[in-house]
Design a binder for this molecule. Structure first.
Ligand SMILES: Nc1nc2c(c(=O)[nH]1)N[C@H]1C(S)=C(S)[C@@H](COP(=O)(O)OP(=O)(O)OC[C@H]3O[C@@H](n4cnc5c(=O)[nH]c(N)nc54)[C@H](O)[C@@H]3O)O[C@H]1N2
Ligand SMILES: Nc1nc2c(c(=O)[nH]1)N[C@H]1C(S)=C(S)[C@@H](COP(=O)(O)OP(=O)(O)OC[C@H]3O[C@@H](n4cnc5c(=O)[nH]c(N)nc54)[C@H](O)[C@@H]3O)O[C@H]1N2
Ligand code: SF4
Ligand SMILES: [Mo]
Length: 748
């Protein structure tokens, strides 16, 4: 097997092969289908392929959904012209069919009858359930103000629910994809380059000569085209440098693997700056022309030699020197990858700033093989009256906390729902759409305390996840395979849009988000904000104004547009612009300085594990997305549970055998309710354990996932908040092992 095959994304590759036993025809397209898809819908409706974009993760690859000859959803394959996937889906995307078939799905609206946290509900009609919600929202709006209701949302439905929230009078609309995920790097790149990264990140991996991954485990993190481009880069002989305390998939493909001591990355980044600057290996012309604060940076980094960093990071100074040289040799076709889930130790904006500064020194921003200049196709609004003014916006609610938060923080909404946490404000209601907060938010005890103080918790979900057990009203959404959604228009090399349409009727009594939002609006007297007959009209209105139509998009699925903003990279004709206060790349951040933060990234020490404890490390795995896929029949067949990775040294100390059951206990006494298996491996350092996020479900309604494996979320009780933008650092937790069943009562 060549290196490329090892991590290749393909319906024929790892994912396809693994799924082959479960799903028929996950291999090559039968020519029959190709012949039949040429037919008109009336001819043979059941063979019609319908366009979609994937909802199994947020790369949103566009694909085609095929049905079998019984007219049932059969399989999904990638859309060839989509730059998010190049015609290939990852194992999770292929397994997305399982979301539709999962017999544990939510089936009808439900209204709570018993205590919160117990799954005791009565079935309700949509009319009853939405009436209940509308009345409650009306009551809360009158009594406390609509701004006391927040929407926490992750996924495509968020956009239409946002319209509802704004029409109602609240702008507290947060996603866990910000303060629990990429927020710090967005703030840091904005502070430095005056631009955010968004998704997909504009990393020109396709053309890079050197890719540096700092705790960004592409390969487990299956963000499709990034992984594809990285596999190609490896084939081309690009130098991969992986900084990870764990021997990740990509570490095995890297020229350099730097097994850094956890929580010390800023020291390494400063040492790299030191080497680049003191050897004159940085891009002088680029820095002189476009950056400010270089002299201050140069003075500042003098003490931070590779030898200094060695004492902190345990990385050999020669390797620090050599890797800096590799980067400089490749520059500007070099990428210090900004990472994605970057809420680690609470100084994450500063670590991300250090990454941004390194990229600036190497001149990679706006350069071929570095970061390209992404473009997005704007989608026209469907006309509606102006939104009412918000009495108190999320920014006002935060006050002077977290001055560089660019979006509302889900954690601040949780905090602000607990009485007495904020001076003149308390959230009273949440609508939670597509986010399993119990496993997503760190410190789940606090999440539950907040929920117990709410007057209304509405949960819109497809599955009976933990969060639904706490809801007052559960609204079952149909899966992405059964619905239309807003058009996908993410940033990319070329502006591109994609359509999702239903491949099948919704199963059970489930409905799409757009329908839920519109019906609720009608009941709340806000119908004028949803003044369209149906979603087809809503989409067609927009598409007609974008030189397309719903009819066309149903046939092609994906449409590309010509760039309007000039070249992909900076050039003489396309000179750089930086949207910072100085109009330059701000190496030294006066914005941070004025707000009382370090203007240059500072290394600070972090707490070490106490005796007998290990740092809790967690991350992704190829075949699952967070907690959302652990019950998926196709994907749980590939990987039914996670294991606790321990180093052989640790195993020897504890006399562990491979596969032995253990329970984990953290520094605050939190214990996992279910046992998980020990996996003894050199791939993790002796000071840490590693678990895949998303397992250890406590909802008994998940027949495959209940009680399987261990939940990292249950062990993340200590949260290191980033004072710059409010991100929740989650890697400051330590665990030890219990070999006997602590016999804890398991709550669903
Ligand atoms: N402990 C810990 N916490 C983390 C992370 C971690 O690694 N460890 N990662 C963080 C990161 S990077 C992120 S981005 C967040 C992700 O946070 P979430 O997006 O909250 O993650 P999931 O656990 O997948 O929860 C998704 C929920 O959406 C539901 N769902 C799936 N499809 C649909 C749909 O079509 N419609 C609706 N309405 N619901 C749907 C699922 O059933 C599930 O309940 O978590 C963050 N929190
Ligand atoms: N298959 C799959 N792919 C996904 C997802 C998924 O759920 N499943 N989720 C998507 C989402 S929303 C996100 S945000 C991304 C997240 O994916 P990434 O941003 O790539 O990574 P993380 O999950 O934060 O990082 C985990 C890696 O960081 C390493 N690490 C831990 N501590 C340290 C440290 O102190 N220093 C360094 N240098 N490394 C450390 C861990 O060993 C591990 O290899 O993945 C995306 N892709
Ligand atoms: S990367 Fe995989 S799971 Fe994510 S959108 Fe693409 S196919 Fe779906
Ligand atoms: Mo994320």
């Amino acid at each position: 097997m060549n290196r490329r095959n090892f991590i290749r994304i393909s319906t024929l590759g790892a994912g396809g092969a693994m799924l082959g036993g479960i799903m028929s025809g996950s291999g090559k397209e039968p020519s029959l289908l190709d012949r039949l898809t040429g037919k008109s819908p009336t001819d043979d409706f059941k063979y019609l392929r319908t366009p979609t974009y994937c909802e199994v993760c947020f790369w949103k690859c566009a694909g085609w959904v095929y049905k079998n000859d019984q007219g049932e959803i059969w399989k999904i394959i990638g859309n060839e012209i989509d730059p998010h996937c190049n015609g290939r889906l990852c194992p999770r995307g292929t397994g997305g069919v399982g979301m539709y078939y999962d017999q544990d799905r939510l089936k009808t609206p439900m209204i709570r009858t018993g205590e919160r946290g117990k799954q005791s509900f009565k079935r309700a009609s949509w009319d009853e359930a939405l009436d209940f919600v509308a009345k409650k929202l009306d009551h809360i709006g009158k009594k406390y103000g609509p701004e006391t209701v927040a929407l926490i949302t992750h996924g495509s439905g968020g956009k239409i629910l946002t319209t509802l929230m704004k029409a109602y009078g609240s702008d507290s609309i947060a996603g866990p994809s910000y303060a629990q995920c990429k927020g710090p790097r967005e703030a840091a790149f904005n502070l430095t380059f005056g631009a955010s990264l968004e998704s997909p990140e504009p990393t020109d991996i396709r053309n890079t000569k050197c890719l540096v991954l700092i705790g960004s485990h592409l390969g487990e993190n299956m963000h499709n085209t990034q992984v594809q481009e990285m596999a190609d880069a490896i084939d081309r002989g690009a130098c991969i440098i992986t900084v990870d305390p764990r021997f990740s998939t990509v570490a095995g493909k890297s020229k350099f693997w730097l097994p850094i001591k956890p929580a010390t990355d800023i020291a390494l980044l400063l040492a790299w700056m030191n080497v680049l600057i003191n050897n004159n290996w940085y891009d002088k012309e680029y820095i002189e022309k476009y950056a400010s604060g270089f002299d201050k940076l140069k003075d500042y980094i003098q003490p931070f030699t590779p030898e200094w960093a060695y004492g902190i990071t345990t990385i050999d100074p020669v390797k620090i020197h050599d890797t800096a040289k590799e980067m400089a040799n490749a520059a500007p076709a070099v990428i210090i990858h900004p990472g994605r889930h970057v809420t680690w130790y609470g100084d994450d904006t500063q670590r991300s700033r250090a990454i941004a500064i390194l990229n600036a020194l190497l001149g990679s921003w706006g350069r071929r093989g570095g970061f390209y200049l992404a473009e997005l196709k704007a989608i026209p609004e469907y006309p509606h009256p102006p939104f009412p003014p918000v009495n108190k916006s999320w920014r006002d609610i935060l006050g002077d906390q977290y001055p560089f938060a660019e979006l509302p923080l889900a954690n601040a909404i949780v905090d602000g729902s607990i009485p007495g946490r904020l001076k003149d404000f308390q959230y009273r209601g949440w609508i939670v759409n597509g986010s399993n907060l119990n496993m997503t938010m760190p410190d789940s005890r606090k999440t539950l305390e907040a929920i117990q103080n709410l007057e209304l918790l509405v949960v819109i979900d497809t599955m009976p996840m933990e969060i639904t057990g706490w809801a007052d009203v559960v609204l079952p959404e149909c899966t992405y395979l059964e619905r239309y959604d807003v058009l996908r228009n993410d940033h990319n090399r070329e502006p591109v849009i994609a359509l999702r349409m239903p491949a099948a009727e919704p199963k059970y009594d489930t409905k799409p988000d757009w329908w839920i939002a519109k019906e609720l609006a009608n009941k709340m007297g806000l119908g004028k904000y949803f003044d369209w007959k149906n979603i087809e009209e809503f989409l067609d209105y927009k598409l007609q104004r974008m030189g397309s139509s719903l009819k066309e998009m149903k046939k092609i699925g994906v449409k590309k547009y010509a760039r309007e903003g000039g070249d992909l990279y900076f050039s003489a004709e396309n000179p750089p612009t930086y949207d910072t206060p100085s109009g330059k790349i701000e190496l030294y951040s006066t914005q941070l300085e004025q707000a009382g933060f370090d203007p240059l990234p500072r290394y600070t020490t972090h707490e070490e594990p106490p005796e007998g404890y290990y740092r809790l490390n967690y991350g992704r795995t190829q075949s699952h997305t967070f907690s959302r896929t652990s019950n998926n029949p196709n994907l749980s067949a590939i990987m039914p549970e996670n294991a606790v990775w321990v180093n052989p040294k640790v195993a020897a100390n504890w006399q562990f055998k491979d596969g032995q059951d253990v329970w984990l206990k953290n520094q605050d006494g939190a214990i996992t309710p279910f046992p998980a298996k020990i996996r003894i491996t050199e791939r993790i350092r002796w000071d840490s354990v590693y678990i895949v996020h998303g397992f250890g479900h406590t909802s008994q309604l998940l027949s495959r996932a209940y009680g399987k494996g261990v939940s990292d979320a249950a062990l993340i009780t200590k949260v290191l908040i980033d004072p710059v933008m409010g991100g929740t650092g989650m890697r400051g937790n330590f665990v030890t092992f219990l070999t006997e069943n602590p016999d804890k009562e398991v709550k669903a």
